[in-house]
Design a protein. Sequence first.
Length: 226
Amino acid sequence: MPIVKKYKVKVVDILNPVENLYTVTFYSEKKFHFYPGQFLHLALDDYDGTGQWPESRCFSMQNKPGENKIKISFSVKGNFTTRMANELYEGKELWLKLPYGELFTQTHNKVNTVFIAGGTGITPFLSLFTDVSFNEYINPKIYLGFRSKKYNIYENELKEICNKTSKISIFFEDENGIIDIEKIFKENGTNSDYFISGPPIMIKSFKSFLINNGLPEQKVRTDEWE
C-alpha cells in the first residue's frame, strides 16, 4: 500500500460546466502514488508542510495513478465546498494528503464485476477504468446514473476506458428514471461482486436490496467515506 504523503500542489485547471458542479486539476512536481479507487484529503488553509494538518475534506481521485496531475470533481454542498468554489483559482497553491482507502485493493471477484455509480460517485471508478489494471477484469458491467445529459461531464474519461470488454449502460433521470437496481440484479445475479458509489441514500438502498435478495454482504463494496 502506498505511504500517505503530503503534496504541495498548484491548481492548473478549473471547469464549472454545470451550476455548483466543478472539476479541478492539480499539479505537483512529484508524481502522485496511489491505487485506483483511493481518495485524498484537501486543505484550503495555509500550511507550512510540517505542523498540524489543517481542516480538510475527502475527495476521490478520478484519474489513473502515476501522473504529475490529479483531478477531482465536487458538488457544492456545504461550507467547505462553498469555500472551494469561491477560493480556488488557476495558479492557487494548496496542500493535498494521500492516499487513503482500499476500495479495489480488497480481494474480490474480477469476472462479471458490476460497477454502479450515481453522479460524482463515478470518480473513484474512473481512476480504475482508465488504468491498465482494469484489463484484469473479465466482462465488467458498468451502470451510470446522472440527473440529465448535461451532468455527464465525464465523456472524455469514459472514452479512455482500458478494458474493451466493458459493457456500459447510462441512465438519465429526466429521460430514463433512476438506476433500476432490481433490473441490474436480475441481469447479474449473485455470482458477481458489486461496487456502488454515489449519494448516501442510493448506496444504502441499493446495498440493502442486494443483501435482502440473497447477495452475500461481502460481495457488496461501497465508496461511502463521506
